[in-house]
Design a protein around this ligand. Sequence first.
Ligand code: SF4
Ligand code: SF4
Ligand code: SF4
Ligand code: FES
Length: 982
Amino acid sequence: MVDIAIDGIAHAAQLDELLIDLINRTGVSLPHVCYHPQLGPVQTCDTCVVEVNGRLVRACGTRVADGMQVFTKSTQAAGAQVEAFDRILSNHLLYCTVCDNNNGNCTVHNTTKLLAIEHQRIPFRPKPYEIDNTNPFYRYDPDQCILCGRCVEACQNVEVNETLSINWEDPNPRVLWDGGSSIGESSCVSCGHCVTVCPCNALMEKTMLGHAGFLTSLKKSALSGLIEVVKGVEPETGYGSILQVSEAESAMREHRIRKTKTVCTYCGVGCSFDVWTKDRHILKVAPEHGPANGISTCVKGKFGWGHINSEDRLTTPLIRQGDKFRQASWDEALGVVASRLSGIRASSGPDSLAFISSSKCTNEESYLMQKLARAVVGTNNVDNCSRYCQSPATMGLFRTVGYGGDSGSISDMEQADLVLIIGSNTAESHPVVATRVKSSHKLDGQKLIVSDLREHEMARRADLFLRPRPGTDLFWLNAISRFLLDNNLARTKFLDQWVNGLDNYRKSLEPFTMEAAARISGVPEETLKTVAHMIAAAKAMCILWAMGVTQHTQGSDTSTAISNLLLVTGNYMRPGTGAYPLRGHNNVQGASDHGSMPNMLPGYQSVNDPEVRQRFEAGWKVRLPSTKGLDNHQMVEAIHAGKLKAMYLVGEEMSIVDSNANYVSDAFSKLDFFVVQDIFFSNTCRYADVVLPGAPSLEKEGTFTSTERRVQRLYQVLEPLEGCLPDWKITQQVANRLGADWHYQHPSEIMDEIASLTPMFAGVNYERLAGYKSLQWPVAADGTDEPLLYTKRFAFPDGKARLFPISWTGVTDAPNADFDLHLNNGRLLEHFHEGNLTYRTEGIKEKTPDTFVEVSPELAEERGIQSGTWVQLVSRYGKVRVRALVTDRVQGHELYMPMNSVESPVNRLTSSHTDPVTNTPAYKEASVHMNVLAEVGESPLPRINSRFGHPTPQNGVEVERKWKRPDYAPPGNGLVQLQTKS
Ligand code: SF4
Ligand code: SF4
Ligand code: SF4
Ligand code: FES
């Protein structure tokens, strides 16, 4: 700590903190337009000039030193601040009263007021550029752009999409996309970072335009007239009175614009943000305080909310009548559900019923579903879709370190000096996690190794990119572990102190030589040795993995191999280290955490454990079944075998996303009774007997748990559409009609019950999660949580981790003469899974209208295919017709199909082979035959998709180039230009 004085008042400060942060903390009002705490010093606006020890410096570009005498309002400093802001206003028309950004948080407006600017001393100078409206979600108005560069900094160094720059050398600088493209045809991925940080109305969400203000929906000509009026009166009245009018208008908006915190409904990163609404219109998504994401979002969280007000929403229960459905009242529909479920239970026993919870629903809803299955119906037949992706990762961690969740936080991934990504298209599947890795890699020297079949964005950025043969990750990972142990590169001290089972593990590694690994995986031995040495040299390594690992017949074993490698190298127990299986759905972690699993009660407490059962029996006042139930894979088999007769499924498009979809659909058609609860009439609903309309995340309260085990609250943004009910209310009604006596009035009561029965969540309650507060489980009764696991011990009785020996068995469904091409599959940035939600957002549909199959240039040439050629893919299990996209992301005989299609779902081609440990389908082990059809259509990805853009990487806004302009002079006398980026 050091002592400094600000305006004559002494303050204790941290050495080297940014002076502007200290000044802001003390409450002194200092203008600062370009500075944003989550961007760091951009230093373009010069409005934060202060006098320090007799010299003028930018407060945002200066670090605190002992004994500093800082004056924020000296004549010199104040003059320089006004001069700097005058220059800004020459780039901006102040028409606040008729501006959609006049919401009390406009930096330009507020700075005008703070500096008491009455007149624009440098006249406004329009720029010779048109407004760019070519992105479906936001627009750029060059005339309003103050060239602060926040957007550029966010795009280059936070999102690291590297689309934006400013042409500082041009006589008329502006923000450029890809160096001068239209936004629509640029590499912009519509993540919205730039729009979120823009301090004025230059970049705005289109959903705000014409909607936020009372006068902003006027026709353009009328608006221009009003702007002229404002300009006309300014010379006489000054800005003071004009701002008073606009502030009155802004205050009126407060009564009709609601700002409600929620958590993203799409992926497992757990981004949280305020949703601004006017009635049911979503004005914008405003990320700022999210503990996982700060200002970050991807296109889905920022703009993908078209499903909320979609006309396709289910708003009334439906009951099957022959081949059709008829609308029914809730009373009738729930009556049918209760009588059919209880009838089947009476005739065929409780285990003839099964329950599927939704990973899109809340923790509380998942908890109630498994409670319904166990406590009301009396079966452990309950599961969730983590079976399709994450169970193998959980198993790998259960075997080795004890907890089935990410061992640290996203901040650990940022801090690591080596990140190894295996089988994860992170930039598209977990975009905000990817931003943190990309940023640390770009700016902080973090090393990145990527192993994947496809050369996706992370692979292109990697220091080292491995392309092992499908399903061989286990082999090369084990070989690396063996190499490290054999060459004294393992962390022996850590192994001695913290890890059991080294001898057996070493023996199990015998077959895994580097030579064998190179032969099996196809990755050259030298490359594997380089990987081993990079891992050994890293002080702190995180491994991120996803479905490219888990969706194999050895998904659990490969996840185990990853954790073993982390143990061998001592990469647990410290910041910047650990295991990160990236969770897919927003609440796939929470669905399992809260007991929607056939063998586990909430908090991973075994149904076999009498002590656990007794606790729940006492709490729920029922007898509970003690034998493990069916998982969702076994449920399908049991339906085919005639043993499972009824199913209640919530919010899962299982007939599309489960592997071997034709087989799954056939099973559904054999059910005696099938209830599906969803917000749309999904493909799975076609097989239902009763369809119940649930509510999407914005229409309910509850909590989600993200990939970093972070429990966060979502608040109700909108009332449920008339006719729909939050899913927890529906489940409660079903339970009560089946004889339960539940009286939950609010999800917080459900969470209190969970906490009382589950040691892992003992200290979780809604007060501790209020607003943007969050908790990362396990949470002790006093509310202490664990952002980084295993800091004191591993989660086994003796506190030690376990090396778990594994062997390699090879892949199923490998290509042969009949099915000669390997088919890989996964997500796309713009869509979530099959796209039931994301296709309802027009802009997303425009950018990514359909699925396709990626074909390598070599294969395209061999088979006479071009982008747009229709092909038929035929596997041992089914066929689909789809257009080809020729791309070097894939190579050789490797195909890739994204899963965003209900009409041509990739899972018609995948098999029923599973990882025997968890029954997770081996989605990634599929081979097909490709028939090239005569028809050639448009390319399935339009030119306006971000893939076709040309990014312009640079280090942030490069303000030094502005300072070199002949017409630039620092404001005030003697401004010292300090560039302190980090
Ligand atoms: S990628 Fe596009 S939306 Fe995202 S910050 Fe860059 S320019 Fe803005
Ligand atoms: S568009 Fe970019 S440079 Fe222009 S005002 Fe907004 S954030 Fe600043
Ligand atoms: S989809 Fe994932 S990365 Fe994108 S905003 Fe939502 S939580 Fe964040
Ligand atoms: S806030 Fe813009 S230069 Fe400091």
